[in-house]
Design a protein around this ligand. Structure first.
Ligand SMILES: Cc1cc2nc3c(=O)[nH]c(=O)nc-3n(C[C@H](O)[C@H](O)[C@H](O)COP(=O)(O)OP(=O)(O)OC[C@H]3O[C@@H](n4cnc5c(N)ncnc54)[C@H](O)[C@@H]3O)c2cc1C
Length: 410
């Protein structure tokens, strides 16, 4: 009997679920529903090459109409899911008849946290292609850009704007940005990276209000300082798109809550993928939600497998991975870093032009690593995470890569 799988959310998590289902040999109907009217597109370039206007928008397309037809994926774009009836297996849509499903995959991702200082023209967030177009149009007019929030997206957009020759100021309430993700020493290096590339940084101060209008804003800081800006980007994080599940009866708590097989805890034919999914990571022994591209891809593959192999589902226990590009730094993070874990740093950005920070929570085993501009170290850390290498062994290996012993001629 043919079944129907409906996937809600037409970005990387949703598209990869649909494609992975076909790779797993799923023969049923696949319907991919998305609120965004655009053909599915990839998000990481929105703060990098797309924002800089260096690539055609078509280069970030994740699924063309032809590819969808070839894979027998029915695309329903420009349709917003408004609710779910898990007793009747019905997905409710805004202004359209509900869709019946046998399996449902929730891949509705996250939205930019709204600006607490208003949303008038010239004050931007950056999540969708349309957001990137609007911000790019304003950057191309010139004038100073103020970025509120020194997280990954704010920092990448600041670096991109500098590459376009704009004056840029980054404001963050943390005295040392990125210090919570990594640690204070590396946080300082991030600050230096941006300042060395001409970004003005104002850290340890909040924003009270934004006055003025597009082209002529004044940002009032909590320390009394005023920052002029033509354009403002508010990059203060993201919130999962789970409000539409409010009356569904599914457990929703900072994302849709899933078991170790990525199935909704109250409805085994409902799965979750990507930024909206909070699942039980058995190796970590806790429920986690990850807002990273690679997680959406790997979780989509796992969910597709579990839909097609319901009798032998796989636990989803990934090693986390995220990258970020800022100025000439390629930052790559594997596993879990920061928090209360101890760390050692091998290399130095100014001396070696690269470094790796290794983290452990028990003083022995590697928990995660942050690597900058050092592909060989990334490879070693990824292998080490897979095999469970002791941190000391990996440290010695990386030190030997950094300072190779001269070969002695015989
Ligand atoms: C600017 C930017 C740069 C990034 N850079 C990096 C990077 O360098 N490295 C990295 O690892 N990660 C990066 N990320 C994060 C990465 O892109 C996300 O983790 C990834 O997009 C998550 O995919 P997703 O499919 O789960 O959710 P999303 O990409 O958020 O997609 C969810 C989709 O669901 C749709 N939707 C939402 N609600 C509904 C509804 N009710 N009905 C129908 N459709 C709905 C949305 O319109 C959207 O199309 C970046 C993100 C952004 C925004």
């Amino acid at each position: 009997m043919n079944t129907t799988t409906v996937i809600v959310g037409s970005s990387i998590g949703g598209v990869r679920t649909a494609q992975s289902l076909r790779l797993e040999g799923y023969e049923g109907e696949i319907i991919l529903v998305g609120e965004d009217p655009e053909l599915p597109y990839d998000k990481p370039p929105l703060s990098k090459s797309v924002l800089a206007g260096k690539v055609e928008e078509s280069s970030i397309c994740l699924l063309t109409r032809e590819q969808a037809d070839d894979a027998r994926i029915q695309l329903l774009l420009g349709r917003r899911a408004t609710g779910l009836d898990i007793a009747q297996n019905l997905l409710k849509l805004d202004g359209h008849d509900p869709l019946r499903y046998d399996n449902l995959v929730i891949a509705t991702g996250a939205s930019a946290r709204p600006s607490p200082w208003g949303h008038r023209p010239g004050i931007h967030v950056l999540r969708s292609l349309e957001d990137a177009r609007k911000l790019r149009a304003n950057l191309f007019k010139g004038g100073e850009l103020a970025v509120i929030g020194a997280g990954f997206i704010g920092a990448e957009a600041a670096a991109t704007a500098r590459s376009l020759g704009l004056e840029v100021t980054v404001i963050d309430p943390l005295p040392i940005p990125m210090s919570r993700i990594f640690n204070p020493e590396i946080g300082h290096w991030f600050g230096d990276l941006h300042r060395n590339n001409g970004v003005k940084t104002i850290f340890g101060t909040g924003v009270e209000a934004i006055e003025g209008e597009q082209g002529d804003f004044v940002i009032h800081l909590t320390n009394g300082q005023q920052v002029p800006a033509a354009t403002v980007l508010v990059g203060i994080g993201a919130v999962p798109n789970d409000a539409w599940l409010g009356s569904s009866g599914l457990l929703v708590d900072n994302g849709v809550v899933l078991d170790e097989y990525c199935r909704a805890v109250d409805a085994p034919n409902v799965y979750g993928v990507g930024d909206v999914a909070r699942w039980r990571h058995q190796k970590h022994g806790e429920d986690i939600r990850i807002e990273h591209w690679t997680n959406a891809v790997e979780q989509a593959a796992c969910v597709a497998y579990n839909i097609t192999h319901p009798e032998s589902p796989r636990e989803y226990t990934p090693v986390e991975y995220v990258w970020s590009d800022q100025h000439d730094w390629k930052i790559q993070v594997v596993g879990r870093v920061g928090g209360n874990s101890e760390h050692v740093i091998i290399g130095h950005p100014e001396i070696h032009g690269k470094f790796a920070a290794l983290y452990t929570s028990d003083g022995v085993n590697l928990r995660g690593a942050a690597i900058v501009n050092w592909p060989k170290a990334l490879l070693a850390c990824r292998r080490g995470m897979g095999t469970g290498i002791a941190m000391q062994e990996l440290r010695e290996h990386l030190e030997s890569l950094l300072n190779p012993q001269p070969t002695v001629a015989r």
